[in-house]
Design a binder for this molecule. Structure first.
Ligand code: NDP
Ligand code: 8X3
Length: 249
């Protein structure tokens, strides 16, 4: 199968690897992000099968004007990968800047809803597919996960709800819920601390962006009568800890 895929957050990590893999497999790829130079580099690498859209996903008007300028040959979108997102900080509440909570909600939820709402008519017309990047954090709480984990739990449940709304329309929806993957995620989360990121992943043998790209490719290549509802995946070296118990003395 091939067609046209739109990937939000194609300038880094999962989105970047997914853009390259789908282009290699003959798809037309639309990639979004704020960093124009990275999208231009993808265009240089992929060529005419790639179209970059530069906008901040929290800016609905900027998104709409990019779609208004979308070339005709990229308009028949078959797959939307809602990948753009971020975590900010690992501090426990309330020692968290409120603006960081707002940024995570505006990016991971509101921006994602804006683009999803915009594209649902064409996805319904084309009996297409939506792949949402949730997280293990949607299921497994940890101290400091607070709003980030909350946004990813929203995304998992929104995916399942969309499945219900798409009943009978032939539109497929998948929630992908990865654990630790080494991308720019932790550099962003720590406010630019590359060494904190290196330390976190050292010896973990984490998931690679290409592993997620392969997962998305596998989901999209299932027969049309199959919907993969959700996939949770982790590095072997990441697993679960028990509940924490505090005792009053
Ligand atoms: P990266 O930080 O490497 O990539 C994030 C992407 O999101 C970038 O392309 C960035 O583009 C884009 N983005 C962030 N904010 C905005 C914004 N306001 N407007 C437009 N684009 C934005 O992270 P990952 O590849 O690791 O993460 C991708 C998704 O996977 C995220 O939703 C993340 O929560 C999720 N995830 C990550 C895991 C991990 O361990 N890495 C595990 C589970 C889920 P730009 O900066 O150019 O705008
Ligand atoms: C991020 C995955 O394991 O770092 O969504 O919380 S984890």
């Amino acid at each position: 199968m091939s067609g046209t895929i739109l990937i939000t957050g194609a300038t880094s990590g999962f989105g970047h690897a997914t853009a390259k893999l789908f282009a290699k497999n003959g798809w037309k790829v639309i990639g979004t992000g704020r960093r124009a130079e990275r999208l231009a580099a993808l265009k240089d690498e992929i060529g005419g099968a790639f179209h970059g859209m530069v906008f901040d996903i929290t800016d609905e008007a900027a998104m709409a004007s990019e779609f208004a300028a979308l070339p005709a040959e990229f308009q028949e979108i078959d797959v939307l990968v809602n990948n753009a997102g971020l975590a900010l900080g690992t501090a426990t509440a309330p020692n968290v800047p409120l603006k960081d909570w707002h940024t995570m909600v505006n990016t991971n939820i509101t921006g994602l809803l804006n683009i999803t709402h915009h594209l649902l008519p064409i996805l319904i017309e084309r009996r297409g597919m939506i792949v949402n990047l949730s997280s293990v954090a949607a299921h497994w709480p940890y101290a400091g996960g607070n709003v980030y984990a909350g946004t990813k739990a929203f995304l998992r449940q929104f995916s399942l709800g969309l499945r219900s709304d798409m009943h009978g329309k032939g539109v497929r929806v998948t929630s992908i819920e990865p654990g630790m993957c080494e991308t720019e995620f932790t550099v962003v989360r720590t406010g630019g601390d590359q060494s904190a990121s290196d330390t976190l992943y050292k010896g973990v043998n984490p998931i690679l962006p290409e592993d997620i790209a392969n997962t998305i490719q596998w989901v999209a290549s299932q027969p049309k009568h199959i919907n993969i509802n959700s996939i949770e995946l982790m590095p072997v070296n990441q697993s679960f800890a028990g509940f924490q118990v505090h005792r009053d003395v």
